[in-house]
Design a protein around this ligand. Sequence first.
Ligand SMILES: [Zn+2]
Ligand SMILES: [Zn+2]
Ligand SMILES: [Zn+2]
Ligand SMILES: [Zn+2]
Ligand SMILES: [Zn+2]
Length: 317
Amino acid sequence: MEMNDNISNFGQMERTSRPQEMLQRTAHPQRNEQPVQQMMQQQQQQQAGGKKCPFCGAINEPEAMFCAQCGQPISKMTCPHCGAEIDPDADFCEVCHHYIRQDVCSFCGAHLSGNEAYCPECGSPKGGLVCPTCHSLNDFAFCKKCGTALTEEAKLMVKQLQKNPDYQQLLEIVQDFSKLENALPYSSERDIAREQNCQKLRERVLTLLAQDEGVDFPVIPKVESNRMTKEELEEQKAIKVKMLSAILDKLAVPPSASPVKARNYAMACKPTGVRLAWVCNYKHAMHSSPCGCAKPHLGGKWVVLGKNSTAEIKDDK
Ligand SMILES: [Zn+2]
Ligand SMILES: [Zn+2]
Ligand SMILES: [Zn+2]
Ligand SMILES: [Zn+2]
Ligand SMILES: [Zn+2]
């Protein structure tokens, strides 16, 4: 209805602004009618059972799972474990936390016929792999709990990443950051006095040792104190968090075709020693890792969580 109204309004506007053309049109009325008829046909098609894409508006075949125009999922499947509605491009149910694809290996992404107990490509058992580090059972190539690489492919990915300069820098920053997190700040005047006394003692001992060797006035290099006040520590930590976030942005998972590969890449990038959460492009949800996300292939990235962060994590446990 609305579409038809718009079209007739549009016609009026043209008629008033361009009278010469109007004369031509009245001479050939069928030319003007054609687009209107086409649109009405399209609307009828839609009513007859075609599926309208909620993303781009294109009309698709009634049984289409994905939009032929823009590729977005336009049908729902049901989870074989809990019956929840799931998009056809999801491989994991966020309601009951099960991997749901029978035809794709959850560890390597290889195609499966559905009956094999072990993946012919990577050899992983369909029932899952037990993490040798923390003993939790996993459906994916990296342990969702502790991040250990569980398959050969996963181990290789970590090895390759270690040659990536961005990843190397990430590890360095994480190391600095966790040092800061574990550092104790100067808490009192007494702390400062105690450290100064230590310095003096050190200088005295080194001077005596040097004099034993025959040097009368040795130059003793000062040791710079790396202890900071609470405020200085917080400031330094904030700087490191900024650097961390920048590098994690660089290592963000780009959209890709395979949820399994995207999940593996994201897990391989995760450093230990700092609290992180994974934010997906699918629902912009905070996951403890991409192992809890139904569509990691839409991309996402790791974000830093402070020590006392109360940010809500949509967990996969
Ligand atoms: Zn579409
Ligand atoms: Zn489910
Ligand atoms: Zn496999
Ligand atoms: Zn583990
Ligand atoms: Zn997600």
